[in-house]
Design a protein around this ligand. Sequence first.
Ligand SMILES: Cc1ncc(COP(=O)(O)O)c(C=O)c1O
Length: 379
Amino acid sequence: MKSYRIPFNKPSFAGAEGRYIAEAIERGHISGDGHFTKACHRLLEEALGVKKVLLTTNCTHALEMCAFLTHCGPDDEVIVPSFAFVTSVLAFSLRGTKPIFADVRPDTLNLDERQVERLVTKRTKAIVALHYAGVSCEMDTLLDIGRRHGVPVVEDNAHGLFGKYRGRWMGTLGVLGTQSFHETKNFTCGEGGALLVNDPSLVERAEILREKGTNRSRFLRGLVHKYTWVDQGSSWLPSDILAAFLLAQLEARDTIQDRRRVIWQRYERELSNWAAERLITLPHVPDHCEQPYHMFYVLLADTAQRERLISHLEDRGILAVFHYLPLNLSDMGRRYGGTDGQCPVSEDVSSRILRLPFFNKLTDDEQGEVIAACHEFRG
Ligand SMILES: Cc1ncc(COP(=O)(O)O)c(C=O)c1O
């Protein structure tokens, strides 16, 4: 694999990770739901005002729990954006549920709330609001559609922890929200995730699903004498060692977010004229959204220009990447009836988007090099 002087992502350490991991080992509890898992739960519940947070092995598994909790099954449907991460959809299709692809908004690249209602049928079991780049979907409209049709809205908030929509925390607005702590996210433990359970009536079943279909959580609270198999489920708890790593990152959230804000705002400030002169678009953040500065992307004029910018940066040792091929056009998406031209905005942006290097410890000099390289790009 090629190595780059300035990678696209690099895991960053907050400082206390090693000490906390050593403490988890000393405590003699390294399986799930130990001291550090509970500390992460408490921190997130208090910071976000969430009824129940459950750490999971990754965001994909938290989404799989959402599929169970919204009773998605064969012959049911789930409305998803076509410009999405595979598992935002796979978590539901795994249960036999058919993805119904909706297009995204050209400004925020989020599920276009204006297209959702016409896709609702009596089989719709959930609407997945993926907050792309940590900028919120239009949740008031989506929640209103959900309420009127009795369909729960699930927030895929993998990018959006500590972001806000109209002053309210993202991930806390739908019945369920999911987080990712993958290495590429603002806060990481390598691989990890969380389920935010906002509807109190779902808490007990969420605990059972995550604990291998057993009522072990009730047993641990002294509510039942023995624990046993009571429902479907799997084993979705991370080790307390990972939770120890994660706690160090979550405790450093103000420092991490301050640094990411500085990086994001510098990209925007120093690239806006460059972009305007070349018909390149920078991210749009509506006034009522507070983003957690998860990524910085540019939308090039066309695919050829994107290819030229990628190789221009590569020649200078800088890695820029793009993602999300439209899921309606993927092999699996087509098996679910996806067709060319079904989601034109998604198909268009996915051919033009490019993400610039962005990680907590990106230095001023490194970022300066990326920006200078962009300025040298003639288009
Ligand atoms: C929007 C979105 N949802 C879900 C996921 C899956 O996260 P994880 O790798 O924690 O399973 C990702 C991963 O990057 C993502 O970007």
